[in-house]
Design a protein around this ligand. Structure first.
Ligand code: OSB
Ligand code: MG
Length: 367
């Protein structure tokens, strides 16, 4: 497959409500939409880096820079391409996994659309719909949190994830458990704790949580293994799992018994599938994380979440949980599930008017 060129668009999408985590508050999702143009088809990708390097080291401007200056020129010089070749061509460049993932996704989507193959089939999906959970941000008060959780449960979400940080952990978890009883409940700390917080975190054991996600630093894999000796609640890793090798190592070390898979964080959907395979071979359940994606990333995440090892509800929520107006047809949760797209490639295409309305700038790079 020969590419004609690649378009990069920076978009800004207002969130329906501020989303607060231990690393900051999002009110507008800034992201990059990638369009890979070939004579036969156009492919779409979404780069999930955020406005500032607070979740990971990447951020929108660093992604734009590395894409235009290094990654896209390398692809342009690589001759005929397909999705499976992208990671190899980009391998000499260290890091920048979210940027690499977005390019791979766009090229893979173009290839699959030209061939008429859905991404879900290409990845090995076994389900037509995906169980949905929702990630609930840190709130100003517990009544406000209970209202938010109440609303999501009424919408049918099958699992609630609470963002926690020191000072917003035991009490909100206790309040949600007392008010809503036997729901599937878990927490995500986004690295907000230290090794010395093991006793505090063990205090969460009273609440029958499915898991504690990424309590310690991204690089503190050993710390998570030590924590797992003290805390009974299963430890799940997000930030630390940057590759299939990192997953294999974390599992071998006993640092996690569950893994959150985010394609952007690991360099793409193909590496995400390898992580799924490593985890499945080790009997480690996985679930699909989210990065406040538009309908483009959401469509692809649903394809991934339909693989057999994704046995826990993910952060694949309905479009209306994030955006009043998405750039694709919205995904709507019904009976706690979202449908896996069935069309070729990622199965959705952005609406030109909606995409133009949120685009703040566009760059075109000819091959
Ligand atoms: O840690 O899972 C996370 C959002 C942005 C960055 C990191 C995370 C999140 C979420 C929300 O928890 C997931 C979603 O609903 O897309
Ligand atoms: Mg997380």
């Amino acid at each position: 497959m020969n590419l004609t060129g690649i378009e990069l668009r920076v978009i800004e999408m207002p969130l329906v409500a501020p989303f607060r985590t231990s690393f900051g508050v999002e009110t507008v999702r800034e992201a990059i939409i990638v369009r890979a143009v070939t004579p036969d088809a156009e492919g779409w990708g979404e780069c999930v880096s955020m406005h500032a390097p607070l979740y990971s080291s990447e951020y929108v401007e660093s992604s734009m820079d590395v894409l235009r200056r290094h990654l896209i020129p390398a692809l342009a010089g690589a001759g005929s391409l397909d999705g499976s070749k992208v990671a190899t061509v980009l391998e000499p460049f260290k890091g920048h996994r979210m940027s690499k993932a977005a390019l791979e996704m766009a090229v893979l989507d173009a290839e699959l659309r030209a061939a008429g193959i859905p991404l879900s089939r290409e990845l090995g999906a076994v389900r037509a719909e995906v169980d949905c959970g929702v990630s609930v941000g840190i709130m100003d008060s517990i009544p406000e949190l209970l209202d938010a959780v109440d609303g999501y449960l009424a919408e049918g979400y099958q699992r609630i994830k609470l963002k926690i940080e020191p000072g917003w952990d035991i009490e909100p978890v206790r309040a949600v458990r007392e008010r809503f009883g036997d729901i599937l409940l878990q927490v995500d700390a986004n690295t907000a704790y230290r090794r010395g917080d093991a006793r505090l975190l063990a205090g969460l054991d009273d609440f029958d949580l499915l898991l504690i996600e990424q309590p310690l630093d991204e690089e503190d894999v050993l710390g998570h293994a030590q924590l797992a000796e003290v805390v009974k609640t299963p430890i799940c890793l997000d930030e630390s799992i940057v590759s299939a090798r990192a997953a294999a190592d974390a599992i071998a070390l006993g640092a996690c018994s569950i893994v959150n898979i985010k394609p952007g964080r690991v360099g793409g959907y193909l590496e995400a599938r390898r992580i799924h395979d490593v985890c499945r071979a080790n009997d480690i359940p996985v679930w699909c994380g989210g990065m406040l994606e538009t309908g483009i990333g959401r469509a692809a995440n649903l394809a991934l979440a339909a693989l057999p090892g994704f046995t826990l509800p993910g952060d694949t929520s309905g479009s209306n949980r994030y955006y009043a107006q998405d750039i694709t047809d919205p995904f709507t949760v019904e009976n706690g599930v979202l449908p896996v797209p069935t069309g070729p490639g990622i199965g959705v295409t952005p609406h030109t008017d909606a995409l133009d309305a949120v685009t703040t700038r566009t760059e075109w790079i000819t091959f």
